[in-house]
Design a protein around this ligand. Structure first.
Ligand code: SF4
Ligand code: SF4
Length: 343
């Protein structure tokens, strides 16, 4: 990492905290440190070419690779009675070396012109940057090295190391299937401009949850939900959250006063949490977008070790503070947040 940045940003050494975005003057900046080396010119060129093949604009300079994603915003302006259009972009920089740093900076909207009418620019730019990051992690030589690193450092099988990498990169476009054959190149890295936040969820089908032994056993809304147990034979559930879950599920208990809707069979099945600010914990991949988006600090992380989708969840402990701005619902990549207005 550039020494110019070291005193201005918090260097994230933990991969589970990799999705932070931090203020830097008028812009916002995200920084990831990947614990692998990328030093040979051959490997650097390989990473650049892999991203080019996926449709990104790629430049290289010295030990850096610059990957740019461009998108267009359009809206019909009622006052001017004409269609407004803006071309936007976000660039992610890979700093190669003994460790790999991946950096992105969100430029102010004014950098692209006077596009006052664009909504949620920062959220979209942030999501697009994360999509580039996840694509780098999952689809390139950097992913190969990360898998080898996990096998060695965490003593994982190849399959478990691949799963760990996949869990870390839910937004990757054209995800490479490392367990079965060549990469899927059918999907373009394009993200819908108006729906950057629904990247992962829109193409996915909700999986049917296996029956839970604890739903009937718990049965009562007075039960205190435990995060430990022996319900480990579950796999990750795909989004979106069922918007009608309140008529289909029952409250099986509470956790620090927050309602929990079954099925619950901890630690592998945790159900849907909350009354007005609701999150399907079985879908949540813990990227932290909701926590980052919430203007009134409703959420805090809750450790959920052993859950197949992610080992921490955004707990709506200050649910009563919610101002119903919908930001968390709109930014959640797997669409597992649902806000219900009071009353
Ligand atoms: S709706 Fe807004 S205020 Fe309420 S939890 Fe979500 S982000 Fe926070
Ligand atoms: S609820 Fe959605 S936005 Fe929040 S951490 Fe989970 S996956 Fe991310």
């Amino acid at each position: 990492m550039s020494t110019l940045l070291t005193d201005r940003v918090w260097v994230m050494l933990s991969e589970v905290a990799k999705r932070g975005v931090y203020p830097l003057h008028a812009s916002r900046l995200g920084l990831y440190r990947i614990p692998i080396d990328l030093t040979s010119n051959t490997e650097i060129t390989q990473v650049a070419n892999e991203m080019k093949k996926l449709g990104f604009s790629v430049d290289t300079y010295a030990d850096r690779i610059y990957i740019t994603y461009k998108w267009t915003e359009e809206e019909f302006d009622q006052m001017e009675q004409k269609r407004l259009k803006a071309n936007l972009s976000i660039m992610v920089e890979i700093v190669t070396g003994e460790v790999v740093d991946i950096i992105y900076q969100i430029k102010p909207l004014e950098y692209f012109g006077d596009h006052y009418w664009i909504k949620n620019y920062r959220t979209k730019a942030d999501q697009n940057a994360k999509m580039i990051l996840d694509t780098i992690l999952l689809n390139t030589k950097i992913g190969d090295k990360l898998i080898a690193h996990y096998q060695k450092a965490n003593k994982l099988s190849f399959e478990d190391a691949v799963k760990k990498l996949q869990d870390l990169s839910p937004l990757a476009k054209s995800p490479k299937n490392r367990l079965a054959g060549p990469p899927n190149t059918e999907t373009s890295p394009q993200i819908s401009e108006s729906k950057a936040q629904s990247i992962a969820g829109s193409e996915q089908k909700q999986l049917e949850a296996p029956p839970s032994p604890q739903m009937s056993a718990a049965g009562s809304g007075n039960t205190t939900i435990s995060l430990t147990g022996d319900g480990t034979s579950y796999s990750k559930v795909e989004g979106p959250i069922d918007p009608d879950f309140k008529s289909k599920r029952s409250v099986v208990g509470t956790f620090q006063g927050i309602k929990v809707w079954g099925d619950v069979d901890a630690p592998g099945r945790l159900g849907i949490w909350g009354s007005e600010v609701t999150v399907d914990f079985d879908i949540c991949v813990a990227d932290g977008a909701c926590i980052e988006a919430c203007p009134v600090n409703v959420f805090e992380w809750l450790d959920t070790p052993g859950h197949p989708a992610s080992e921490k969840k955004p707990f709506m402990i200050r649910e009563k503070d919610c101002i119903f701005c919908m930001a968390c619902e709109n930014v959640c990549p797997p669409q597992c947040v649902k806000i219900f207005n009071k009353g």
